[in-house]
Design a protein around this ligand. Sequence first.
Ligand SMILES: [Mn+2]
Length: 418
Amino acid sequence: MYKFAHIADCHLGAHRNPVLQKLESNAFEKIMTKCVDEKVDFLVISGDLFHSNIPDMGVVNKAVKKMKEIRDEGIPIYLVYGSHDYSPNETSIIDILDSAGLFTKIVKGKVENGKLKLKFTVDPKTEVKLVGLSGRKIGMEEKYFEILDRESLEKEKGFKIFVFHSAITEFKPDYLARMTSIPISYFPKGFDYYAGGHVHKRIEEEWQEYRKIVYPGPIFAGSPRDLELSAKGENRGFYIVSFKDGVKKIDFIEIPTCQYVVYEYDASNKNSTQAQEELIQGIQELNVDNKIVLFKVTGKLSGGKTSDINFQQMRRILAEKGALYVNVNRYGLTSKKYTSLKVMGQDVHEIEKKLLKESIGSVKVKTTDLKGNKGIKLASDLLSALRQPQKPNETKRDYIERRVRHAFEVLKLTEVFE
Ligand SMILES: [Mn+2]
C-alpha cells in the first residue's frame, strides 16, 4: 500500500501580524513533519501555497527549509499554481522553486488546434500519473477547462490524480454562491482522485465516474472569514490517502493551531454610550487567555456616532487579558445620525466591489469586456495589481515597472500560457 498527502491553500505570507504569522508557519511545519512521520510517498499541493506570487522572502525561506527536509527524506512534491501565487509569465516564486527542483509544477501541455493537451507527470516510485490545471485570478481558468482535451486524459491507464485549483459548480458551499466555478462535466472522468484547492472549506464528494473529489480547505487562514469559520468549528488540516489499484482509505488529519473566542454584539436600538458600556462589560467576562478573539459588532445605533465607541480601548483590555490576537469587525455597525455611508460590506473587498458595481453603468465603451460583471472583475483585479506594496530592497524604478507589468498582465496584454 502506498500513501500520499494532499494539502491546499496554505496562503503562506497572508498575515502581517506576527502572532498569526507564527501560527501559520507552525501549521505548515506540523504538516511537513507529519508527512515524514507517516512516511507518505509523495505530497500534492493544490495551489495557493503562498499568498502572493512574490511573497516576503523570510516566509519563503522558512517554507523552503521545511520542504527541503521532506525532499531529503525522499518525498517528492507536486503542485499547481493557485489564484494567489499565479503568474501568467512564470515570474512567481513557484516557478523559481520549481526550477530549483524543490518541487514539480505539474501543469504541462500546450494548445493544439484549439484544444488544450495536458501531459502526465509520473511519480517514479509509485508510478502514479498526475496531471494539473492551475488556478487563475478571478476564475480565469475556466477558458482552459473549456478547451481541455479530456479524451486523451480519460484514455490513460493506471492510478491517476487530477490536481486543480477551482470551485466545482455542483459542490460549491452556499456562502460562495457568487464565486466563479467550473461544472463537473468539464473535468476528465475516471480519475482515482481529484485533488482540489481554492474553496476554503473541507469537502469530500463522489459523483458517478468522478470517484473521489476532495478539498482539504486552508491549513490555517487566508482571510478573516477563514478565522471566523475555524472559530465556529470548521476543522483545519490535510489529507493522507492510502491507495493500491485505487483509493483504499482517505484520512483527514486535523492540525489544531489555536483556540478561538467569538464575541458578537448587536448594537441595534442602543445609543453609543450604552453600547460602549455593554461591550466593555461583555469583554471583561470573556476568557480569552491564549486565544484568538473575533469581535463582531453590528446593528444601527439609536443615538450617538459609531466613532464614540472606543475599540482601541477594547483591544487593549483583551490584550491585557492575554488574547493572542484580536480581529475587530465593525463593518456592519451604523448609526441613525450618520448614514452618509452609502455602501456597506463585510470587508474592504466587498465594499470595493459594491462601489465598482454602482459605477460600472457610467462606463461608455463598445467592448463588453469593460462592462457588467466582467468589467467589475477586471477593475478590481487591476486595482489589486496596482496596490502591491514596494518590496524591501526594490528600487523605485523596479517597483513601478513591476506594477506596470502586472497591470498589463491583468489586462491580458501579454498573457502567455505555461
Ligand atoms: Mn486560497
